[in-house]
Write a protein that binds this ligand. Sequence first.
Ligand SMILES: [Zn+2]
Length: 90
Amino acid sequence: MPRVENAGPSVDDWARSTGGPSSTFDLCDDCRGLLLMHPGRYFKELPPYGEGGEPEGEYGYVGEVAHPNYDSAHYVCAKCGKKLTEERDG
Ligand SMILES: [Zn+2]
């Protein structure tokens, strides 16, 4: 399961202004596959991009970043809610 990076000028501004970490979200393989075909597809639907949250990155899908072992805690797909596991890490 990948952790996908949310990126773009608005995200950079947000990170600078809040001193916050990078903006990422975790997806299952199925949802990642759809995102690869249509970059930016989910951004409006995904937490934490709602009111007061992180901004929607203008660049859409920009790649995947390192993540903690998904078996060590309860991680779920940000789109569909499916539990993520290391075994299915794609
Ligand atoms: Zn999913």
